[in-house]
Design a binder for this molecule. Sequence first.
Ligand code: MN
Length: 505
Amino acid sequence: MKVRIFDTTLRDGEQTPGVALTPEQKLAIAQKLDELGVDAIEAGFPIISEGERKAVKEIAHAGLRAEICGLARTEKKDIDAAVDAGLKYIHTFIATSDIHLRYKLNLTREQALAKAVEAVEYAKSRGLQVEFSAEDATRTDREFLKKVFSAVTEAGTDRIDIPDTVGYSTPQYIAAITKDTINATHLPVSVHCHNDFGLAVANAISGIQAGAQCAHVTINGIGERAGNASLEEFVMALQCLQFDDKFETNINTKLLYDTSRYVSKIVGIQVQPNKAIVGENAFGHESGIHTHGVLSNPLTYEPISPELVGRTRWFQVGKHAGAHGIAAMLEEYGIQPSKEQTHEILEQVKKLGDQGKHVTDVELLSITGEVMHQEGLRRLVHLTGFSVSTGMGNMPYAFVKLNIEGKDFIGTDYGVGPVDASINAIQKITGEIAKVRIKEYKLDSISGGSEALCEVTIKVEDAYGNQSSAKSIGEDIVITSVQAMLDGINRIMLKKILKQKNLGH
Ligand code: MN
Protein backbone atom coordinates (compact mmCIF):
# COMPACT_ATOMS: atom_id res chain seq x y z
CA MET A 1 0.00 0.00 0.00
CA LYS A 2 1.22 3.49 -0.88
CA VAL A 3 1.36 5.69 2.24
CA ARG A 4 0.91 9.41 1.74
CA ILE A 5 3.46 11.66 3.42
CA PHE A 6 2.01 14.97 4.60
CA ASP A 7 4.92 17.07 5.82
CA THR A 8 4.19 19.75 8.40
CA THR A 9 7.76 20.88 9.11
CA LEU A 10 6.82 24.37 7.92
CA ARG A 11 3.70 24.61 10.10
CA ASP A 12 3.77 22.40 13.21
CA GLY A 13 7.58 22.22 12.96
CA GLU A 14 7.81 25.98 12.89
CA GLN A 15 5.69 26.06 16.06
CA THR A 16 8.68 24.52 17.87
CA PRO A 17 9.51 26.88 20.76
CA GLY A 18 12.14 29.36 19.61
CA VAL A 19 11.79 28.72 15.88
CA ALA A 20 10.79 31.44 13.40
CA LEU A 21 11.58 31.34 9.71
CA THR A 22 11.67 34.05 7.05
CA PRO A 23 9.61 33.58 3.87
CA GLU A 24 12.87 32.91 1.96
CA GLN A 25 13.87 30.17 4.41
CA LYS A 26 10.43 28.59 4.25
CA LEU A 27 10.53 28.51 0.46
CA ALA A 28 14.00 26.96 0.50
CA ILE A 29 12.84 24.22 2.88
CA ALA A 30 9.71 23.61 0.78
CA GLN A 31 11.90 23.06 -2.28
CA LYS A 32 14.05 20.62 -0.32
CA LEU A 33 10.95 18.72 0.86
CA ASP A 34 9.68 18.56 -2.70
CA GLU A 35 12.97 17.04 -3.87
CA LEU A 36 12.74 14.55 -1.02
CA GLY A 37 9.41 13.40 -2.44
CA VAL A 38 6.79 14.31 0.17
CA ASP A 39 3.23 14.18 -1.20
CA ALA A 40 1.89 17.24 0.62
CA ILE A 41 3.50 20.24 2.30
CA GLU A 42 1.68 22.17 4.98
CA ALA A 43 3.31 25.50 4.20
CA GLY A 44 1.99 27.54 7.11
CA PHE A 45 -0.93 29.23 8.83
CA PRO A 46 -1.76 32.15 6.50
CA ILE A 47 -3.90 34.19 8.92
CA ILE A 48 -1.16 34.64 11.54
CA SER A 49 1.05 37.26 9.87
CA GLU A 50 1.96 39.17 6.74
CA GLY A 51 5.23 37.26 6.38
CA GLU A 52 3.46 33.93 6.78
CA ARG A 53 0.98 34.83 4.03
CA LYS A 54 3.86 35.85 1.78
CA ALA A 55 5.72 32.60 2.48
CA VAL A 56 2.66 30.44 1.80
CA LYS A 57 1.93 32.36 -1.38
CA GLU A 58 5.46 31.91 -2.69
CA ILE A 59 5.43 28.21 -1.89
CA ALA A 60 2.00 27.78 -3.51
CA HIS A 61 3.32 29.40 -6.70
CA ALA A 62 6.76 27.77 -6.76
CA GLY A 63 5.69 25.08 -9.21
CA LEU A 64 6.36 22.24 -6.78
CA ARG A 65 5.20 18.71 -7.44
CA ALA A 66 3.82 18.28 -3.89
CA GLU A 67 0.33 19.47 -2.99
CA ILE A 68 0.52 22.66 -0.94
CA CYS A 69 -1.74 23.02 2.08
CA GLY A 70 -2.31 25.71 4.71
CA LEU A 71 -3.84 25.69 8.17
CA ALA A 72 -7.09 27.49 9.00
CA ARG A 73 -9.30 27.58 12.07
CA THR A 74 -13.01 27.06 11.38
CA GLU A 75 -13.29 30.81 10.81
CA LYS A 76 -14.25 32.49 7.55
CA LYS A 77 -11.39 34.96 7.82
CA ASP A 78 -8.85 32.13 8.18
CA ILE A 79 -10.26 30.33 5.14
CA ASP A 80 -10.31 33.60 3.15
CA ALA A 81 -6.67 34.23 4.09
CA ALA A 82 -5.80 30.77 2.76
CA VAL A 83 -7.57 31.51 -0.53
CA ASP A 84 -5.80 34.90 -0.74
CA ALA A 85 -2.49 33.11 -0.28
CA GLY A 86 -3.22 31.14 -3.44
CA LEU A 87 -4.02 27.83 -1.72
CA LYS A 88 -6.33 25.23 -3.20
CA TYR A 89 -6.08 22.90 -0.22
CA ILE A 90 -6.66 23.68 3.47
CA HIS A 91 -6.32 21.85 6.74
CA THR A 92 -9.07 23.23 8.97
CA PHE A 93 -9.46 22.34 12.61
CA ILE A 94 -11.54 22.83 15.73
CA ALA A 95 -11.02 21.24 19.12
CA THR A 96 -13.54 18.60 20.13
CA SER A 97 -12.35 17.38 23.54
CA ASP A 98 -14.32 18.61 26.54
CA ILE A 99 -11.21 20.07 28.12
CA HIS A 100 -10.51 22.24 25.06
CA LEU A 101 -14.18 23.15 24.58
CA ARG A 102 -14.59 24.25 28.16
CA TYR A 103 -11.27 25.96 28.89
CA LYS A 104 -10.13 27.21 25.50
CA LEU A 105 -13.11 27.75 23.19
CA ASN A 106 -15.89 28.20 25.70
CA LEU A 107 -18.25 26.31 23.39
CA THR A 108 -20.64 23.43 23.86
CA ARG A 109 -20.13 20.24 21.85
CA GLU A 110 -23.09 21.19 19.65
CA GLN A 111 -21.69 24.65 18.94
CA ALA A 112 -18.31 23.22 17.98
CA LEU A 113 -19.95 20.69 15.69
CA ALA A 114 -21.97 23.44 14.00
CA LYS A 115 -18.81 25.54 13.47
CA ALA A 116 -16.99 22.57 11.96
CA VAL A 117 -19.81 21.92 9.48
CA GLU A 118 -20.12 25.60 8.54
CA ALA A 119 -16.37 25.90 7.93
CA VAL A 120 -16.24 22.83 5.71
CA GLU A 121 -19.27 24.03 3.73
CA TYR A 122 -17.75 27.49 3.34
CA ALA A 123 -14.35 26.13 2.26
CA LYS A 124 -16.00 23.85 -0.29
CA SER A 125 -18.03 26.81 -1.60
CA ARG A 126 -14.71 28.57 -2.18
CA GLY A 127 -13.48 25.63 -4.25
CA LEU A 128 -10.98 24.27 -1.77
CA GLN A 129 -9.88 20.74 -1.10
CA VAL A 130 -10.49 20.24 2.63
CA GLU A 131 -8.78 18.11 5.27
CA PHE A 132 -10.65 18.35 8.56
CA SER A 133 -8.98 17.85 11.96
CA ALA A 134 -10.79 17.36 15.26
CA GLU A 135 -8.14 18.84 17.51
CA ASP A 136 -7.36 16.74 20.59
CA ALA A 137 -9.23 13.85 18.98
CA THR A 138 -7.61 11.26 21.22
CA ARG A 139 -9.03 12.93 24.36
CA THR A 140 -12.41 13.51 22.75
CA ASP A 141 -15.43 11.43 23.75
CA ARG A 142 -15.30 8.52 21.30
CA GLU A 143 -18.96 8.70 20.27
CA PHE A 144 -18.86 12.47 19.85
CA LEU A 145 -15.74 12.18 17.69
CA LYS A 146 -17.57 9.81 15.33
CA LYS A 147 -20.51 12.24 15.24
CA VAL A 148 -18.23 15.16 14.29
CA PHE A 149 -16.44 13.21 11.59
CA SER A 150 -19.74 11.99 10.11
CA ALA A 151 -21.15 15.52 10.09
CA VAL A 152 -18.15 17.06 8.30
CA THR A 153 -18.21 14.20 5.82
CA GLU A 154 -21.77 15.10 4.96
CA ALA A 155 -20.69 18.73 4.69
CA GLY A 156 -18.26 17.67 1.98
CA THR A 157 -14.79 17.37 3.52
CA ASP A 158 -12.34 15.47 1.30
CA ARG A 159 -10.12 14.07 4.02
CA ILE A 160 -10.21 13.49 7.75
CA ASP A 161 -7.25 13.92 10.08
CA ILE A 162 -7.03 12.45 13.57
CA PRO A 163 -4.69 14.59 15.67
CA ASP A 164 -3.16 13.15 18.81
CA THR A 165 -2.59 16.74 19.87
CA VAL A 166 -0.84 16.12 23.18
CA GLY A 167 0.64 12.70 22.37
CA TYR A 168 -1.82 11.02 24.72
CA SER A 169 -2.75 8.01 22.64
CA THR A 170 -1.46 4.46 22.77
CA PRO A 171 -0.92 2.54 19.54
CA GLN A 172 -3.99 0.42 20.35
CA TYR A 173 -6.27 3.40 20.92
CA ILE A 174 -5.28 5.29 17.78
CA ALA A 175 -5.85 2.10 15.78
CA ALA A 176 -9.33 1.77 17.29
CA ILE A 177 -10.42 5.33 16.53
CA THR A 178 -8.86 5.16 13.06
CA LYS A 179 -11.12 2.18 12.33
CA ASP A 180 -14.11 4.05 13.84
CA THR A 181 -13.38 6.99 11.56
CA ILE A 182 -12.99 4.96 8.40
CA ASN A 183 -16.22 3.11 9.10
CA ALA A 184 -18.08 6.35 9.83
CA THR A 185 -16.79 8.34 6.85
CA HIS A 186 -15.31 6.08 4.16
CA LEU A 187 -12.89 8.92 3.47
CA PRO A 188 -9.09 8.95 3.29
CA VAL A 189 -7.83 9.30 6.87
CA SER A 190 -4.60 10.87 8.17
CA VAL A 191 -3.05 10.61 11.62
CA HIS A 192 -1.18 13.50 13.24
CA CYS A 193 0.83 12.19 16.19
CA HIS A 194 2.80 14.06 18.83
CA ASN A 195 5.74 12.71 20.73
CA ASP A 196 5.02 13.67 24.35
CA PHE A 197 5.50 10.06 25.45
CA GLY A 198 7.96 9.11 22.71
CA LEU A 199 5.21 7.21 20.87
CA ALA A 200 4.59 9.49 17.89
CA VAL A 201 6.08 7.19 15.26
CA ALA A 202 4.63 4.05 16.86
CA ASN A 203 1.19 5.66 16.95
CA ALA A 204 1.45 6.87 13.36
CA ILE A 205 2.39 3.37 12.19
CA SER A 206 -0.44 1.88 14.20
CA GLY A 207 -2.86 4.29 12.50
CA ILE A 208 -1.55 3.20 9.10
CA GLN A 209 -1.90 -0.48 9.99
CA ALA A 210 -5.50 0.24 11.01
CA GLY A 211 -6.24 1.66 7.56
CA ALA A 212 -5.17 5.33 7.62
CA GLN A 213 -3.62 6.34 4.30
CA CYS A 214 -1.54 9.25 5.42
CA ALA A 215 0.55 10.55 8.33
CA HIS A 216 1.46 14.11 9.23
CA VAL A 217 5.19 14.15 9.95
CA THR A 218 8.10 16.59 10.27
CA ILE A 219 11.79 16.49 9.46
CA ASN A 220 13.78 15.56 12.57
CA GLY A 221 10.47 15.23 14.42
CA ILE A 222 10.42 18.94 15.25
CA GLY A 223 7.16 20.49 16.41
CA GLU A 224 5.36 21.79 19.45
CA ARG A 225 6.75 20.58 22.83
CA ALA A 226 8.30 17.12 22.29
CA GLY A 227 7.58 17.37 18.56
CA ASN A 228 5.75 15.35 15.92
CA ALA A 229 6.31 11.94 14.38
CA SER A 230 9.63 12.17 12.59
CA LEU A 231 9.44 11.75 8.83
CA GLU A 232 12.68 9.83 8.53
CA GLU A 233 11.86 7.33 11.28
CA PHE A 234 8.32 6.81 10.03
CA VAL A 235 9.32 6.31 6.40
CA MET A 236 12.21 3.95 7.15
CA ALA A 237 10.16 1.89 9.61
CA LEU A 238 7.38 1.45 7.04
CA GLN A 239 9.86 0.52 4.35
CA CYS A 240 12.15 -1.79 6.34
CA LEU A 241 10.21 -3.46 9.16
CA GLN A 242 8.02 -6.51 8.86
CA PHE A 243 4.32 -5.91 8.39
CA ASP A 244 1.52 -8.07 7.04
CA ASP A 245 1.01 -5.49 4.29
CA LYS A 246 3.80 -4.04 2.23
CA PHE A 247 4.06 -0.27 2.65
CA GLU A 248 5.69 2.15 0.26
CA THR A 249 6.16 5.91 0.10
CA ASN A 250 7.34 8.34 -2.57
CA ILE A 251 10.31 9.41 -0.45
CA ASN A 252 13.77 9.24 -1.98
CA THR A 253 15.38 7.85 1.17
CA LYS A 254 18.90 8.62 -0.02
CA LEU A 255 18.12 12.31 0.57
CA LEU A 256 16.95 11.83 4.18
CA TYR A 257 20.23 12.66 5.91
CA ASP A 258 20.95 15.66 3.74
CA THR A 259 17.43 17.03 4.27
CA SER A 260 17.72 16.47 8.02
CA ARG A 261 20.98 18.43 8.21
CA TYR A 262 19.60 21.18 6.00
CA VAL A 263 16.51 21.70 8.14
CA SER A 264 18.51 21.43 11.37
CA LYS A 265 20.83 24.19 10.20
CA ILE A 266 18.09 26.57 9.06
CA VAL A 267 15.83 26.15 12.10
CA GLY A 268 18.82 26.13 14.47
CA ILE A 269 17.86 22.91 16.27
CA GLN A 270 20.52 20.24 16.62
CA VAL A 271 19.51 16.64 16.15
CA GLN A 272 20.15 14.55 19.27
CA PRO A 273 23.13 12.20 18.66
CA ASN A 274 21.23 9.02 19.46
CA LYS A 275 18.25 9.86 17.25
CA ALA A 276 17.26 7.01 14.94
CA ILE A 277 18.27 7.24 11.23
CA VAL A 278 19.63 10.82 11.23
CA GLY A 279 21.39 11.16 14.62
CA GLU A 280 25.17 11.42 14.64
CA ASN A 281 25.56 8.00 16.27
CA ALA A 282 22.94 6.09 14.28
CA PHE A 283 25.63 4.41 12.16
CA GLY A 284 28.65 4.77 14.47
CA HIS A 285 30.40 1.88 16.18
CA GLU A 286 32.89 1.77 18.99
CA SER A 287 32.77 -1.59 20.77
CA GLY A 288 35.30 -4.11 19.50
CA ILE A 289 32.70 -6.87 19.28
CA HIS A 290 30.38 -4.69 17.22
CA THR A 291 33.12 -3.30 15.02
CA HIS A 292 34.41 -6.78 14.27
CA GLY A 293 30.91 -7.94 13.41
CA VAL A 294 30.15 -4.97 11.17
CA LEU A 295 33.46 -5.31 9.35
CA SER A 296 32.78 -8.93 8.55
CA ASN A 297 29.13 -8.30 7.67
CA PRO A 298 27.41 -4.95 8.36
CA LEU A 299 24.05 -6.65 8.93
CA THR A 300 25.36 -8.05 12.23
CA TYR A 301 24.94 -4.71 13.99
CA GLU A 302 23.20 -2.49 11.45
CA PRO A 303 19.52 -3.10 10.64
CA ILE A 304 19.86 -1.19 7.36
CA SER A 305 22.76 -0.03 5.28
CA PRO A 306 23.64 3.63 5.97
CA GLU A 307 23.83 4.35 2.22
CA LEU A 308 20.08 3.75 2.04
CA VAL A 309 19.52 7.02 3.93
CA GLY A 310 22.45 8.89 2.42
CA ARG A 311 24.97 8.21 5.16
CA THR A 312 28.31 6.52 5.81
CA ARG A 313 29.15 4.27 8.76
CA TRP A 314 31.97 5.33 11.02
CA PHE A 315 34.05 3.78 13.76
CA GLN A 316 35.14 5.41 16.98
CA VAL A 317 38.20 4.32 18.85
CA GLY A 318 37.90 4.02 22.60
CA LYS A 319 38.28 1.59 25.43
CA HIS A 320 35.73 -0.75 23.87
CA ALA A 321 37.68 -0.87 20.62
CA GLY A 322 39.25 -3.98 19.16
CA ALA A 323 42.12 -4.65 16.79
CA HIS A 324 39.86 -5.03 13.75
CA GLY A 325 38.25 -1.64 14.27
CA ILE A 326 41.61 0.10 14.77
CA ALA A 327 43.03 -1.51 11.64
CA ALA A 328 39.94 -0.52 9.64
CA MET A 329 40.11 3.09 10.81
CA LEU A 330 43.80 3.38 9.96
CA GLU A 331 43.18 1.76 6.60
CA GLU A 332 40.90 4.72 5.81
CA TYR A 333 44.01 6.90 5.98
CA GLY A 334 46.10 4.43 4.01
CA ILE A 335 48.05 3.25 7.08
CA GLN A 336 48.71 -0.47 7.50
CA PRO A 337 50.40 -1.33 10.80
CA SER A 338 51.68 -4.84 11.46
CA LYS A 339 49.79 -7.11 13.85
CA GLU A 340 52.15 -6.27 16.71
CA GLN A 341 51.92 -2.56 16.01
CA THR A 342 48.13 -2.74 15.91
CA HIS A 343 48.09 -4.35 19.34
CA GLU A 344 50.42 -1.75 20.76
CA ILE A 345 48.24 1.03 19.35
CA LEU A 346 45.17 -0.67 20.83
CA GLU A 347 46.82 -0.91 24.28
CA GLN A 348 47.50 2.82 24.28
CA VAL A 349 44.01 3.68 23.07
CA LYS A 350 42.51 1.61 25.91
CA LYS A 351 44.79 3.31 28.42
CA LEU A 352 43.50 6.72 27.35
CA GLY A 353 39.93 5.42 27.48
CA ASP A 354 40.44 4.15 31.04
CA GLN A 355 41.56 7.64 32.00
CA GLY A 356 38.17 8.83 30.81
CA LYS A 357 39.59 10.47 27.71
CA HIS A 358 37.69 10.78 24.48
CA VAL A 359 39.88 9.34 21.73
CA THR A 360 39.33 11.04 18.39
CA ASP A 361 41.11 10.14 15.17
CA VAL A 362 43.56 12.91 16.11
CA GLU A 363 44.79 10.91 19.10
CA LEU A 364 44.65 7.65 17.16
CA LEU A 365 46.84 9.05 14.40
CA SER A 366 49.31 10.55 16.85
CA ILE A 367 49.61 7.25 18.78
CA THR A 368 50.02 5.40 15.49
CA GLY A 369 52.73 7.83 14.40
CA GLU A 370 54.68 7.12 17.60
CA VAL A 371 54.27 3.37 17.46
CA MET A 372 55.18 3.14 13.80
CA HIS A 373 57.92 5.80 14.02
CA GLN A 374 56.44 7.58 11.04
CA GLU A 375 56.12 11.16 10.03
CA GLY A 376 52.34 11.24 9.83
CA LEU A 377 49.95 11.52 6.97
CA ARG A 378 50.49 12.32 3.35
CA ARG A 379 49.73 16.00 2.78
CA LEU A 380 47.41 16.89 -0.07
CA VAL A 381 46.66 20.43 1.11
CA HIS A 382 49.38 23.04 1.70
CA LEU A 383 48.92 26.58 2.92
CA THR A 384 51.06 28.76 0.64
CA GLY A 385 49.77 32.22 1.47
CA PHE A 386 47.67 33.75 4.23
CA SER A 387 46.77 37.16 5.54
CA VAL A 388 43.92 38.55 7.54
CA SER A 389 42.99 42.12 8.38
CA THR A 390 40.91 43.06 11.36
CA GLY A 391 40.14 46.13 13.40
CA MET A 392 37.35 48.46 14.49
CA GLY A 393 34.87 49.78 11.98
CA ASN A 394 35.55 47.39 9.12
CA MET A 395 34.69 43.75 8.70
CA PRO A 396 37.56 41.30 9.16
CA TYR A 397 38.80 40.10 5.80
CA ALA A 398 41.00 37.10 4.96
CA PHE A 399 43.08 36.06 1.99
CA VAL A 400 44.10 32.40 1.69
CA LYS A 401 46.23 30.66 -0.91
CA LEU A 402 46.25 26.86 -0.95
CA ASN A 403 48.07 24.30 -3.00
CA ILE A 404 45.94 21.18 -3.33
CA GLU A 405 47.63 18.24 -5.04
CA GLY A 406 49.86 20.55 -7.06
CA LYS A 407 47.18 23.06 -8.08
CA ASP A 408 46.97 26.60 -6.67
CA PHE A 409 43.74 28.09 -5.38
CA ILE A 410 42.94 31.52 -3.95
CA GLY A 411 40.05 32.31 -1.63
CA THR A 412 38.98 35.56 0.02
CA ASP A 413 36.10 36.26 2.34
CA TYR A 414 34.72 38.36 5.18
CA GLY A 415 33.61 37.15 8.58
CA VAL A 416 32.33 38.27 11.95
CA GLY A 417 35.88 37.95 13.32
CA PRO A 418 39.31 37.07 11.94
CA VAL A 419 38.88 33.33 12.60
CA ASP A 420 35.51 33.30 10.89
CA ALA A 421 36.88 35.27 7.91
CA SER A 422 39.83 32.87 7.52
CA ILE A 423 37.68 29.75 7.78
CA ASN A 424 35.17 31.22 5.32
CA ALA A 425 37.98 31.93 2.85
CA ILE A 426 39.24 28.35 3.16
CA GLN A 427 35.74 26.95 2.78
CA LYS A 428 35.28 29.00 -0.38
CA ILE A 429 38.11 27.00 -1.93
CA THR A 430 37.53 23.59 -0.39
CA GLY A 431 33.75 23.84 -0.46
CA GLU A 432 33.92 23.54 -4.22
CA ILE A 433 36.60 20.91 -4.46
CA ALA A 434 35.81 18.66 -1.55
CA LYS A 435 32.42 19.96 -0.34
CA VAL A 436 33.85 20.10 3.16
CA ARG A 437 32.13 22.05 5.88
CA ILE A 438 32.80 22.61 9.57
CA LYS A 439 30.66 20.59 11.93
CA GLU A 440 32.22 21.60 15.22
CA TYR A 441 34.73 24.22 16.29
CA LYS A 442 36.11 24.30 19.82
CA LEU A 443 38.65 26.70 21.26
CA ASP A 444 40.41 26.11 24.58
CA SER A 445 43.05 28.16 26.28
CA ILE A 446 45.79 26.02 27.78
CA SER A 447 47.49 28.51 30.09
CA GLY A 448 46.68 32.02 31.34
CA GLY A 449 47.94 35.37 30.10
CA SER A 450 47.75 36.98 26.66
CA GLU A 451 50.67 34.86 25.41
CA ALA A 452 48.72 31.72 26.38
CA LEU A 453 48.73 28.65 24.16
CA CYS A 454 45.42 27.87 22.57
CA GLU A 455 44.07 24.56 21.39
CA VAL A 456 41.64 24.38 18.49
CA THR A 457 39.64 21.23 17.80
CA ILE A 458 37.71 21.00 14.60
CA LYS A 459 35.37 18.41 13.16
CA VAL A 460 34.68 18.54 9.45
CA GLU A 461 32.30 16.62 7.23
CA ASP A 462 32.01 16.22 3.46
CA ALA A 463 28.92 15.81 1.32
CA TYR A 464 29.16 12.02 1.57
CA GLY A 465 29.00 12.01 5.37
CA ASN A 466 32.73 11.27 5.82
CA GLN A 467 33.96 12.96 8.97
CA SER A 468 37.31 13.80 10.39
CA SER A 469 38.58 15.73 13.35
CA ALA A 470 41.81 17.64 13.78
CA LYS A 471 43.49 19.45 16.60
CA SER A 472 46.11 22.15 16.55
CA ILE A 473 48.00 23.90 19.32
CA GLY A 474 49.64 27.31 18.91
CA GLU A 475 50.04 30.84 20.18
CA ASP A 476 47.84 32.61 17.67
CA ILE A 477 44.15 31.77 17.63
CA VAL A 478 43.73 32.60 13.94
CA ILE A 479 46.72 30.66 12.63
CA THR A 480 46.01 27.72 14.94
CA SER A 481 42.43 27.58 13.70
CA VAL A 482 43.57 27.69 10.08
CA GLN A 483 46.02 24.84 10.71
CA ALA A 484 43.38 22.69 12.40
CA MET A 485 40.95 23.35 9.56
CA LEU A 486 43.50 22.39 6.92
CA ASP A 487 44.47 19.23 8.83
CA GLY A 488 40.83 18.24 8.95
CA ILE A 489 40.35 18.89 5.24
CA ASN A 490 43.52 16.99 4.42
CA ARG A 491 42.29 13.95 6.34
CA ILE A 492 38.89 13.96 4.78
CA MET A 493 40.31 14.27 1.26
CA LEU A 494 42.75 11.47 1.98
CA LYS A 495 39.89 9.26 3.14
CA LYS A 496 37.92 10.03 0.02
CA ILE A 497 40.78 9.37 -2.36
CA LEU A 498 41.58 6.05 -0.70
CA LYS A 499 37.93 5.05 -0.78
CA GLN A 500 37.69 5.79 -4.50
CA LYS A 501 40.87 3.77 -5.07
CA ASN A 502 39.43 0.83 -3.17
CA LEU A 503 36.21 1.00 -5.12
CA GLY A 504 38.22 1.02 -8.35
CA HIS A 505 39.75 -2.36 -7.54
MN1 MN B 1 0.27 19.36 15.99
